[in-house]
Design a protein around this ligand. Structure first.
Ligand code: NAD
Ligand code: IPM
Ligand code: MN
Length: 355
């Protein structure tokens, strides 16, 4: 029997609450299916670990994770530990260390999900954002000079390599071609005359190999406006690390909220484990209250199942989330319900178990 080994880093704040529900759903599916097994190994890494040990994960953390089939991550960051320390020490270290250069973030309005836009039908919001996930604005190269003086300077350099741009852009073209969809390139070459001009050149260059993929290009500011005014124009989207980060929170807002937005951090070559997570943070404002919506974490289970080659189950999980939203019986407060976080996993499994 297939055995999928999953490293679980529940992390901080609402991370453990939502991950618990995702684990319930995944082990329930393995039981229902009967042809594969899932084996979870929990790692207590995060901000509490940092306060005890002085680091977010052990020094050999990456080699501990290296042989797992996937990583399932909740959220990282909590007041008391500076965000740059917590995120650079765990989440971003894994994304970069494992060369998870594709961040796949569906922005899809499911039936029954709330949408703040007027006159929008479900099928109007159905895109996949392919975010560069290993370099760009997140390379974190820079310096601080003359600290504490009037001349103090902070330098933060973006790093856009030919290899880095090409591989994410190619991935997006391949995806668009496979799905018969259009591809929108989102950049900002009018102001960023080195990095984004380079990015656009590579978009055009790679595009020559995909003459059948309809493309368009937008500046990130205009794209943000169109996410709200005309989301229908987007199918597959490719963009840089920082722009993808910002646009997918906006995407979450138009497609049901932070509680419904998932993301897969992929190393497509499978040289390293890929990582699956809700895109929201640790939400300290609602942590420990049973208020967190675990559907984003459950959606990322669907992405994990796709990645394992269990696409039928991946789709069934999305369908079950949709049924839950339509039935409106077991929803957390962000979706207008009164259910607690720990009721959602069982409700999804109940739907999956229906004949
Ligand atoms: P956040 O996503 O944690 O919260 C933003 C808002 O959305 C809050 O009002 C929160 O209550 C709400 N929200 C988020 N997830 C929700 C859910 N599942 N159900 C219901 N409501 C939900 O963003 P933030 O407040 O900017 O960040 C909090 C901390 O999380 C910071 O330390 C930040 O660095 C970190 N962070 C981590 C990740 C990650 O680990 N992937 C992502 C974003 C932010
Ligand atoms: C996300 C988060 C992270 C990012 C932060 C926590 C570093 O916002 O996954 O969207 O910016 O990538
Ligand atoms: Mn983000």
């Amino acid at each position: 029997m297939k055995n999928f080994k999953i490293a679980v880093i529940a992390g901080d704040g609402i991370g453990p609450d939502v991950i618990e529900e995702g684990k319930k759903v995944l082990s329930g599916i393995a039981k229902l299916d009967g042809t594969f097994n899932v084996e979870f190994t929990d790692f207590p890494w995060g901000c509490e670990y940092y306060l005890r040990e002085g680091r977010m994960m052990p020094e050999d953390g990456l080699s501990i994770l290296k042989d797992f089939d996937a990583i399932y991550l909740g959220a990282v960051g909590y007041p008391g530990v500076p965000d740059d320390v917590s995120l650079q020490g765990l989440l971003l270290k894994i994304r970069k260390g494992f060369d998870e250069y594709i961040n796949l973030r569906p922005v899809k309005l499911l039936k029954g999900a709330p949408c703040p836009l007027k006159d929008v039908k479900e099928e109007d919001i159905d895109m996949i954002v392919v975010r560069e996930n290993s370099e760009g604005e997140y390379a974190n190269v820079g310096s601080r000079l003359y600290p504490g003086t009037e001349q103090e300077i902070a330098l933060q350099t973006g790093v856009f390599s030919r290899k880095g741009c090409e591989r994410v852009i190619r991935y997006a073209y391949e995806l668009a071609q496979k799905e018969g969809k259009s591809l929108t390139n989102i950049s900002k070459a009018n102001a960023l005359g080195y990095s984004m001009v380079f990015w656009n050149e590579i978009f055009a260059e790679v595009g020559k190999e995909y003459p059948d993929v309809p493309t368009s290009s937008l500046m990130v500011d205009a794209a943000s406006m169109f996410f709200v005014k005309n989301p229908k124009r987007f199918q597959i989207v490719v963009t840089s690390n920082l722009f993808g980060d910002i646009l997918t929170d906006l995407g979450a807002a138009i497609a049901g909220g932070m509680g419904l937005a998932a993301g897969a951090n992929l190393n497509p070559e499978k040289n390293f484990p890929s990582m699956f997570e809700p895109i929201h943070g640790s939400a300290p404002d609602i942590a420990g209250k049973g208020l967190a919506n675990p559907l984003a974490a459950i959606w990322s289970v669907s992405q994990m199942l796709d990645f394992f080659g269990e696409e039928t189950w991946g789709q069934k999980v999305i369908d079950a989330i949709e049924t839950l939203l339509l039935e409106k019986k077991t929803l957390t407060p962000d979706l207008g319900g009164t259910a607690k976080t720990d009721e959602i996993g069982a409700a999804i499994l109940e739907i999956l178990g229906r004949k």
